[in-house]
Ligand binder design. Structure first.
Ligand code: PFF
Length: 458
């Protein structure tokens, strides 16, 4: 097996590998997007479909990304160049790097809002607004031309600082610091919210499958959510796996990441739905859920206990911020690794280029909520356009190419060597796993993707 190039940097421990990869997976997708989709998709009905997609489609893509990354030890584009020189497979890597830029740009807008709400909450402003209409407050903030861009810039700068320090001293070190904090806050908030009046009704909503809400669109949404949540399809995990060492167990690491990510998503539901039901607000309030509904809930349900309300809301936004940061560093790394290796630039330089490009693109996305509302392409503003291109197009297509590449193009021996660490660990699930990678994931993704392009298909 390739012994790894230490000049590129590598993760120092198995814990570092899992926490960094889980850090990439656990993000706004789990705490902001998942509960919204569950609300729209019929509670547990959506969760069951989602779980199917995680284990049948997204996990095989994750393992395939690990195989590509560790065997090539290169960035997302370089890896395809190395493993399939002069072949068209490189397109998969190019889509990934493009996707990395787009996803970091729109993601940082929401992360910037989160930073603003964290600051507001720390200053006690969220809790002391009296009968304020939180919808109007949020819309006024998001549509302001400058403020959200300022927060976006600060958030990108934080991401930049971590990435420019490298793998062990940056990404691994901060993942090891932030992930345990994040998990501790989740446990605390779940305990908090389960004690609220109305919690039982919220849990019933979350756990009772309402099949009448399951439409083809909900099924598509569940696949998009599974890919987004596990960060697969853009070569993010190809890039991280290029820093794994030869002892890292690819299959069990992927299983751990999938389990942690799914647990955090479901636990976020345990935080949000009991809280929301405690004041009788509709659960499918859309993406405004965490910026409009929740501040309302914090205000109403803690009016008798302001200190508790303060702690709850601050912890919640800190949680969201930590989750956003551990994910944004992984998106940044897809682009930084490529620029640094392809154009032979130092990590700091490459990181600075990525940060600047995303600051510009992110500002476009932010402005699409305000002064540039009318600027649309195919009927979508920048934010929606980037979101749509990444989640509905680049991720599924990337996932399809990645599983086909590992399942059909790469030498079977090389794949098995990677999965078993050169034969030193038995992988009892090898045959079903290869079956998922070769058949189930690509066919499933293709069917759903075609239906996206030609809606009458399903
Ligand atoms: N998985 C992250 C989340 O759930 O928020 C989002 C993400 C990270 C998407 C990294 C893509 C990526 F490359």
């Amino acid at each position: 097996m390739n012994s790894g190039n230490t000049a590129r940097g590598s993760f120092g421990s198995q814990l570092g590998v899992i926490l960094a990869s889980a850090g990439s997976a656990v993000g706004l997708g789990n705490i902001w997007r998942f509960p919204t989709e569950v609300g729209k998709g019929g509670g547990a009905a959506f969760i069951l479909i989602y779980l199917g997609f995680i284990f049948l489609f997204a996990m095989p893509v994750m393992i395939s990304e690990f195989v590509i990354g560790r065997s090539a030890r290169s960035n997302a584009i370089g890896a395809f160049q190395k493993l399939a020189p002069k072949k068209l497979w490189i397109v998969a890597g190019m889509m990934g790097v493009l996707g990395g830029f787009l996803v970091l740009s729109f993601y940082s807008v929401v992360a910037g809002w989160t930073l603003h709400y964290t600051v507001q909450s720390a200053l006690g402003k969220l809790q002391s607004q009296g009968e304020t209409d939180f919808g109007a407050v949020f819309n006024a903030f998001a549509s302001d031309p400058w403020q959200p861009i300022l927060y976006l810039a600060v958030f990108l700068l934080l991401t930049h600082l971590v990435v420019s320090r490298g793998i062990q001293h940056g990404i691994e070190r901060y993942s090891k610091l932030m992930m345990p904090m994040l998990l501790a806050i989740i446990v605390l908030l779940v305990a908090f919210s389960l004690t609220m009046t109305g919690a039982a009704e919220g849990l019933r909503f979350l756990l009772r499958p309402d099949l009448s809400k399951v439409t083809p669109e909900v099924v598509l949404g569940a696949m998009g959510q599974a890919f987004f949540s596990l960060s697969v399809g853009l070569g993010c995990l190809v890039t991280y796996a290029s820093y794994f060492n030869n002892e890292t167990r690819l299959v069990s690491s992927a299983m751990n990441v999938c389990i942690i990510d799914t647990m955090v998503a479901v636990l976020s539901g345990f935080i949000i739905f009991p809280t929301v039901f405690s004041v009788g607000i509709a659960p499918d309030a859309g993406p405004g859920l965490v910026f409009i509904t929740l501040p309302n809930v914090f205000l109403l349900s803690f009016s008798e206990m302001p200190v508790l309300g303060y702690a709850f809301s601050l912890l919640f936004y800190v949680l969201l911020l930590l989750a956003a940061l551990t994910s944004s560093i992984s998106m940044h790394e897809i682009c930084t690794a490529f620029i640094s290796e392809h154009f032979n630039k130092s990590r700091r330089r490459a990181a600075a280029i990525v940060t600047l490009v995303c600051l510009v693109l992110g500002s476009f996305c932010s402005l699409s909520f305000g002064p540039w509302q009318e600027v649309t392409f195919f009927g979508r503003g920048f934010f929606d356009l980037f979101d749509y291109t990444v989640t509905k197009f680049l991720m599924p297509l990337g996932g399809l190419l990645i599983t086909l590449f590992v399942g059909w193009y790469l030498d079977r021996k090389l794949v098995e060597q990677q999965l078993t660490n050169d034969g030193s660990i038995p992988v009892r699930t090898m045959r079903p796993l290869l079956f998922l990678i070769r058949w189930v994931a690509p066919i499933g993704i293709l069917v759903i993707f075609l239906n996206e392009l030609f809606p009458l298909f399903l």
